[in-house]
Design a protein around this ligand. Structure first.
Ligand code: GDP
Length: 377
């Protein structure tokens, strides 16, 4: 009898444990951050979902753990090292050449070659070499340490006076709207996800629009980025009109009074007319509700001249207001920052420095130049 009683307790115990486990799973699923699924609503678009939900506190219920993204200030410090290891060769190479006892024509040619090899571009390279030549002739090499001269001239080349702030704030009762454009594969969707985290770290309410409806995985990818930090993604069926998705995302953003709506656009078109048509339409429908406050062009730093061609096509098709240079961790050719800014007349605002979720940092010319030159002496 005693043995049967013990078994009974054991069986009841196991049954209770299994039930508790199942209940836990069900509540966890129910309480995932809300995500907008495709539905039969207008244009087959998803209905609005509350942004920033998912971590609301209800005592006794398990809540999903939302990630806490890193603040902009600390990520810059953390990523400085990565910038230094990928870009340091350029600065150290230039410094070594300029520190020679005698700087002859061959040395100036080597300096030019070093700059060109790092994708600085022909005109900016010539400009830098001319300025350095003049300074060394007028001031001589004793006036200031060579590192300081080079630092000043590289900084001037990057134009530290440009406004690099992101215009994605709420104003006049409407959310800021950023269109993120660029060719597929550059890191566009990843950048939208990372940018959402930057804004969440600043306690901003964000909605994402998955208007890259042509790449099968893009909407799913964006939804996952959002879910990790409690941000909703509005999406439509694959192949649907990107402008409808963008419209719906901004509608949700306006209704829910969020701070920013970030829209991932399709990057399959490389010819100017097609791009103008598509991005023009996205912009027009978005602006029926709220002005587009930022157009970010995503460029892959490793693609060099090809990236520059893409940059020109996009800037002719849409009014780009800021550049995001991705994969700078995987390229020693950081000179493209200078080249692309010059070619487009638009500042680099953000740089991607890795595949990690918080490996996107505001572009700071001083930090960049210091990374090129190594720690100050
Ligand atoms: P999209 O087609 O332009 O939307 O490109 P994705 O966002 O899907 O990114 C393409 C690939 O680039 C992915 O494997 C990303 O992890 C990778 N990627 C994006 N940004 C960076 C970066 O800054 N550094 C590195 N190393 N990889 C990146």
């Amino acid at each position: 009898m005693v043995a049967v009683g013990e078994y009974l307790f054991l069986i009841i115990g196991i049954a209770v444990a299994v039930l508790a486990l199942l209940a836990g799973l069900v509540t966890t699923r129910l309480r995932r951050p809300k995500r907008v699924e495709p539905s039969s609503s207008r244009d087959g678009l998803a209905p609005p979902a509350e942004p920033g939900v998912g971590a609301d506190e209800v005592p006794g219920l398990s809540t999903p753990t939302l990630e806490r993204p890193e603040s902009a200030a600390t990520r810059l410090v953390r990523l400085r090292q990565r910038l230094s290891s990928s870009q340091g060769g350029l600065g150290r190479g230039l410094l070594a050449l300029l520190s020679r006892d005698r700087i002859d024509e061959a040395t100036w040619e080597d300096i030019e070659d070093t700059l060109l090899a790092a994708d600085v571009g022909v005109a900016p390279t010539q400009e830098l070499v001319d300025r350095l030549r003049t300074r060394l002739r007028v001031e001589g090499t004793a006036a200031a340490p060579m590192r300081q001269i080079l630092r000043e001239e590289l900084l001037a080349l990057l134009d530290p006076t440009l406004d690099r702030s992101l215009h994605v704030d709420r104003s006049n009762g409407l959310p800021g709207v950023a269109l993120v454009v660029g060719v597929n594969g550059t890191g566009k969707t990843t950048t939208v996800g990372k940018l959402a985290r930057v804004l969440v770290a600043e306690n901003k309410q964000v909605v994402l629009g998955a208007a890259d409806t042509f790449r099968a995985a893009a909407a799913e990818q964006l939804t996952t980025w959002g879910e990790r930090v409690g941000v909703s993604a509005v999406r439509g069926p694959e192949g649907s009109d990107p402008a409808s998705v963008a419209f719906e995302a901004v509608k949700v953003g306006v209704e829910q009074e969020v701070d920013a709506v970030l829209i991932d656009t399709a990057g399959r078109l490389q010819n100017k007319t097609g791009l103008m048509d598509e991005l023009g339409k996205v912009r027009r429908v978005v602006e029926k509700q709220s002005p587009v406050t930022e157009v970010l062009l995503v460029l892959d730093a490793t693609t060099g001249q090809n990236g520059m061609i893409q940059a020109r096509v996009f800037s002719e098709a849409v009014n780009v207001t800021g550049i995001v240079l991705t994969k700078l961790d995987g390229s020693a050719k950081g000179g493209i920052v200078v080249a692309v800014q010059r070619a487009l007349g638009v500042p680099v605002k953000l740089v991607g420095l890795g595949e990690g979720a918080d490996d996107l940092a505001p572009f700071d010319p001083e930090v960049f130049v210091d990374a090129l030159l190594g720690e100050s002496a």
